[in-house]
Design a protein around this ligand. Structure first.
Ligand SMILES: C[S@@+](CC[C@H](N)C(=O)[O-])C[C@H]1O[C@@H](n2cnc3c(N)ncnc32)[C@H](O)[C@@H]1O
Length: 342
């Protein structure tokens, strides 16, 4: 019944309801090379592509994953929710966050990490996001959590922040810079708004050393992840570090946090499925199958907007791409680094 509840609340705004089908079709066009799609089209029109993506997937993400839209390494016996919170708190610790600090959350989603980090550190967090639908959710969740004093969000493209130089004491990005059309340019913009000596920490989606561009199966998995997750082109770990250094950061530490998972609980386990309760069922293969069936029926009866089933099919393919990326070891969602603005 949780599925029906989500679909009932899914795009309750009539305007958006009508637009689900056209939005998902337009989005998929960015990945269809026979129809003008491809990496260059995605980079040239990244804002439109990414906003289309988050317009249609945000409710699915929130229903399946919760308020934090990222992965995390998991220790033995640790719950999924505890692992997400630990990843967020670790980042706050490495940034040295404390009350009175002004911090930028780059690509803040619906604000799950922001609220968790503000509660943990007492720092003041400002999120930047380019997606109106998510920003509405950030504001209402912040208010409901009683955190409006410490947490806020503004609409902007993180490639061109409407913020004066040297405004922030620290910045972080969780699984968001992967959407940038040019990573070095994104890092330069983050550096610009940081005070000299301030730190920037990040979890980033990257190809690992195991990725072989000459292997058609590796290329297929990469492309499936890009299509299912609104990405122009996934970069490798060395490319990411080079972009960071080129932008004027000193890298203090970096490692693939995904490798720190217990082998029994890899980061992609929730997508594959584990049966420890309703919420875990929802995230896995069985849950996605049930959701697709339910959404198909609700769409046929006009309860869910047209295009909803297409969105859930796309997210299913995304999940399979991520699982394959994890199982082959060619992809990590959690390349962690902490850097200092020179
Ligand atoms: C995978 S979500 C991660 C959200 C959040 N960091 C979290 O962990 O819950 C990526 C976020 O980056 C935002 N984003 C992507 N490109 C952006 C851009 N150019 N400017 C601002 N926000 C952007 C998306 O709207 C989305 O909120």
């Amino acid at each position: 019944m949780a599925q029906a509840q989500t679909v009932k609340t899914f795009y309750t705004d009539g305007h958006k309801r009508r637009r689900v089908m056209t939005t998902i079709r337009d989005y998929m066009g960015f990945f269809d090379e026979s129809d003008g799609g491809g990496v260059e089209a995605r980079k040239a029109q990244y804002a439109r592509m990414i906003n289309h993506y988050y317009d249609v997937v945000t409710d699915f993400y929130e229903h399946g994953w919760g308020e934090s839209f990222h992965f995390a390494s998991r220790a033995r016996g640790e719950s999924f929710d505890a692992s997400l919170a630990r990843a967020e708190h670790y980042l706050a610790l490495r940034l040295g966050l404390a009350p009175g600090m002004r911090v930028l959350d780059v690509g803040c989603g619906i604000g799950g990490p922001m609220r968790s980090i503000a509660r943990f550190s007492g720092a003041t967090i400002e999120g930047v996001n380019n997606n109106d639908y998510q920003l509405e959710k950030v504001r209402s969740h912040n208010e409901n959590a009683g955190l409006s004093e410490l947490c806020s969000a503004f609409k902007a493209d993180f490639m061109k922040l409407p913020v004066p130089d040297a405004s922030y004491d620290a910045a972080y990005a969780i699984e968001a810079i992967c959407h940038a059309p040019d990573k070095a340019a994104a890092f330069r913009e983050i550096r610009r708004v940081l005070k000299p000596g301030a730190r920037f920490a990040c979890y980033e989606w990257c190809l690992t050393d195991a990725y072989d561009a000459d292997d058609p199966e590796h290329r297929r998995i990469k492309s499936e992840i890009e299509t299912g997750d609104g990405l122009p082109d996934i970069a490798s770990i060395p490319e990411t570090v080079e972009a960071l250094r080129g932008a004027g950061f000193e890298v203090l530490d970096s490692f693939d946090a995904a490798e720190r998972s217990d082998p029994e609980t890899p980061w992609y386990l929730p997508l594959r499925g584990e049966l420890t309760g309703l919420s875990t069922l929802r995230r896995g293969r069985l849950g996605r199958h049930l959701a697709r069936r339910t959404i198909g029926i609700l769409e046929a009866f006009g309860i869910a907007p047209k295009g909803s089933k297409e969105v859930s099919l796309m997210l299913g393919r995304a999940a399979e791409g991520l699982i394959a990326g994890g199982e082959t070891g060619i992809f990590t969602p959690s390349f962690f680094f902490v850097a200092e603005r020179r």
